[in-house]
Design a protein around this ligand. Sequence first.
Ligand code: AMP
Length: 386
Amino acid sequence: MSGANHANEGVICPPATLAVIGGGQLGRMFIQAAQRMGYRTGVLTNDVNAPAAQIAHWSIVGEPNDLEALRSLTDRAEAVTVEFENIQAGALRLIARQVPTRPGGHSLWVCQNRIREKNFLDRHAIPIAPWRPVRNEHELSSVISALGLPIVLKTAASGYDGKGQVRVERAGDLGSAWESLGRVACVAEAWVEFTAEASVVAVRGRDGKAATYPLAWNQHTRHILDSTLMPAACGPVLAREASATALAAAEALGHVGILTVEYFLKSDGRLLVNEMAPRPHNSGHLTIEAGVASQFDQQVRALCGLPLAPCRLIRPAAMVNLLGDLWRNGEPRWEAALAADPAVSIHLYGKDAAVAGRKMGHLTVLDSTPEEALARAQAARRRLVE
Ligand code: AMP
């Protein structure tokens, strides 16, 4: 959608102005990468003190789907990207008519709705867990005969970090589960007994050239990413399959920018796609220190039509998230975490309200194996609150 009007555009070089829609940590790290390369940066956010707004050259305060705010953004920016997928297709079409906008509307439209996303994956024969759409009583009534139990019911739109999801174990609980989600359009998914969760961060340029970072292992706690290891210690066949699937999805979407694919690994060695994100991902944050170039550097390059950097790691790495829970008894003891292991990298996103479950920052450690890196990252995190 968006690329079409700008198919013959030139490379966008520094000091052009790049803008991001959304002011969270992903926008902030995009801006950090863009500024390092000499671009000027802007952000559209509904919070003047949002993580990205704190460091951008300028901010526009407004809602991401507000047409007036978007018009002000395109007046000031030479290219636009997003840090989240929930932007209305119409709004994105509007900005794409003014300036190059990546990823394009089609990628966002597919990835912002689980029904569309699963239909897309099925159509391209990409393996996923058995599923059914739930948009009315009739569809709800056939879910258990189709999928068995347990299942997980997820809202089709706007879910993240396990929000908008309910696990259903007994047939009698299905109605109240849908009720608790507001009876909005949902997908019902068969529960997957996975042995591990993994992800692949792919980047695809304007010219269709694409590459992936190595497979990452991810550990979730309470449905929120807790830690990531890269590269995942798995055989080359699995790594190749995960990479090929992500590249096939990016190509089929006509995606330009970062596309992250999350997987379940089953005990029989099969990989199922859980979901896709048309943007940088929490599991790719460690590429800031561990990569020849980070996922945010690649986002800038793809947006601007620059050659992509190799998706190679300099060293194995691990990342642990810092959730608001760590602030329960006051400010964490940063000096204690670093005193024992000064090579730990601390990232804080500048959020002032440390709510439980809120992503406040992360730690990254490089080591000769990802497991050693993880042990050190976890130890540093423990020391923050000892
Ligand atoms: P999601 O927001 O869909 O990525 O779900 C968040 C987390 O919930 C996943 O990373 C899994 O740990 C868990 N989860 C989601 N769907 C399923 C499923 N069908 N089977 C088992 N676990 C799931």
